[in-house]
Design a protein around this ligand. Structure first.
Ligand SMILES: C[S@@+](CC[C@H](N)C(=O)[O-])C[C@H]1O[C@@H](n2cnc3c(N)ncnc32)[C@H](O)[C@@H]1O
Length: 480
């Protein structure tokens, strides 16, 4: 029998699974059983009336949830989980720990940390020492403001830390005069009021079949290529070999203050080594220009969501980086490339692209994006990126197996920024993936519009490696 939260659970293998003292034939049976109970609970108006209850339909909450481990609403199984895995407080049992005063600063380069961004996210390796010091293996750790769930990762990771990490930490503790840690997984109860946070947290913490995910991810990218690969095809300089676009660099268009001629910022400001020059001559009148001297150009297009005029800053494609096999090339756009872009723009806005307006007035950076014409979510996506994003989401959302679907959505969701116009073209970096400026809504004058495969192939490999091995036991709730 699989233990409920053993690393093998979530794989839909035919062996029985145990969950909160009950036995099920499979993970699907377990989920079905608890989903029916949750559906019933959602009809209870007192349950829904709790302050901070997420705004969402029953269907949306049930689709996100994987009860009893994760509910996208207050988790009705919290008490049962704690009773099942915790130990009642016993005043006779002495608990004493010296305050821990060691350096726990950690870099932010660990593959687990980088799997999905979240504001104010703490690396799990910065939490592990505290959990080791203050708790025993098997204890239940509570994080009531858990964000992306790194406390849960840390609690579980105490049982799977690699030997090299253990030795290093034990040596450091010895030097600091501390007794050696007790290795072994802890369980965690994680809570956040944000369903987006608990969605990320659930995928960071709940067991899933990593091999099935790796296979599904590759299949998803192949399916997307079959349907919209034509949008990313370009012709090589021989005029016949087809290359696949990795990214297209778009430039904001300005006008020269001297002659009013149009200035494509990238075309004029980048030197042969793709470095931005501080100043450059106007291509029309030769006047000496720099970014501060240029005048912004607004253009009017038809908003694809409302079919009404839409004023926005003007961008034009500047060049393409593409690959043929393992070789990479760069080229200016030719007529075929421009025709493809025009054809994509004539398609209707894809069904999965949100069109909701940003709460501009309440946003610290609202005053930066609104005057440039970016007031609704879909404004952040060029037509081709909108098609890609929507198709990726649709394919992930329709994946039949629940846990694989969750982790596919997690992978696609973390790439949303990278598909938007917030993704800056950064000539000094090798990769143009996820180059949005952290913590702000900033649309730069140079944008790298990345293809789905350029964006996600490497990520898929990294997630597959990062996510093996530590998931043994958490409960996640969404409440205030
Ligand atoms: C500092 S972040 C935690 C980040 C977390 N350490 C991580 O690694 O991702 C604080 C979290 O508290 C949540 N929060 C704020 N007020 C809350 C409340 N009243 N109840 C539950 N969560 C709350 C926020 O949504 C946010 O995710």
């Amino acid at each position: 029998m699989n233990d409920l939260l053993s690393p093998k659970s979530g794989t839909n293998q035919p062996s029985e699974v145990e969950c909160l003292g009950m036995t099920f034939q499979s993970e699907d049976d377990r989920r079905e059983h608890f989903l029916a109970l949750l559906a019933e609970k959602l009809k209870d108006s007192a349950f829904r009336a709790q302050e901070g209850f997420p705004k969402g339909t029953d269907e949306a909450i049930l689709a996100m949830s994987d009860p009893p481990y994760y509910t996208a609403c207050p988790n009705p199984w919290l008490a049962e989980f704690v009773t099942h895995y915790g130990r009642p407080y016993d005043p006779a049992e002495k608990y004493a720990r010296e305050p821990m005063a060691i350096d726990v600063s950690e870099g932010k380069t660990d593959p687990i940390y980088k799997a999905h961004s979240y504001h104010t996210k703490v690396p799990h390796l910065a939490i592990v020492p505290s959990i080791l010091h203050y708790t025993e293996p098997g204890d239940v750790v509570l994080d009531g403001f858990s964000g992306s769930g790194m406390t849960g990762v840390a609690a579980q990771w105490c049982g799977s830390a690699p030997a090299v990490y253990r030795q290093k930490l034990e040596m450091e503790w010895k030097k600091a005069g501390m007794s050696p840690p007790k290795w072994g997984a802890r369980r965690a109860v994680l809570n956040d009021l944000s369903p987006a946070a608990t969605f990320i947290s659930a995928n960071y913490n709940l067991p899933f079949d990593v091999d099935a995910f790796a296979k599904a991810g590759k299949q998803l990218l192949r399916d997307v290529e079959r349907e919209i690969g034509w949008m990313y095809e370009t012709l090589h300089s021989d005029g016949k070999t087809k290359g696949r676009i990795e990214f297209t660099v778009w430039s904001e268009i300005f006008t020269c203050p001297e002659c009013a001629g149009e200035v494509n910022f990238i075309d004029e400001a980048l030197d042969e080594d793709n470095r931005t020059r501080d100043s450059f001559p106007c291509p029309h009148c030769g006047a000496n220009l720099n970014k501060d001297r240029l005048d912004r150009v607004m253009e009017t297009r038809i908003d694809p969501a409302t079919n009404t005029p839409w004023q926005k800053v003007k961008f034009k494609p500047s060049f393409i980086t593409y690959s043929i096999g393992a070789k990479k090339y760069q080229k200016q756009l030719d007529q075929h490339d421009l025709d493809v872009l025009a054809k994509v723009e004539r398609l209707s806005l894809p069904s999965h692209m949100p069109t909701v307006r940003f709460p501009i007035e309440q946003m610290y950076h609202g005053s930066r994006i609104a005057p440039k014409g970016f007031s609704n979510v879909h404004h952040f996506f060029l037509p081709r990126a909108a098609q890609s994003m929507s198709l990726l989401w649709e394919k992930a959302q329709n994946w039949p197996d629940h846990r694989t679907r969750g982790i596919l959505l997690f992978m696609v969701e973390q790439s949303i920024w990278g598909f938007s116009v917030l993704n800056r073209y950064s000539p000094s970096h090798f990769s143009q993936v996820n180059r949005a400026l952290n913590g702000v809504y900033y649309v730069a004058s140079q944008h790298a519009e990345c293809s789905p495969w350029y964006n996600l192939t490497g990520k898929l490999d990294r997630l597959e490696k990062a996510f093996r091995g530590y998931r043994t036991g958490v409960l996640i709730s969404t409440e205030k």
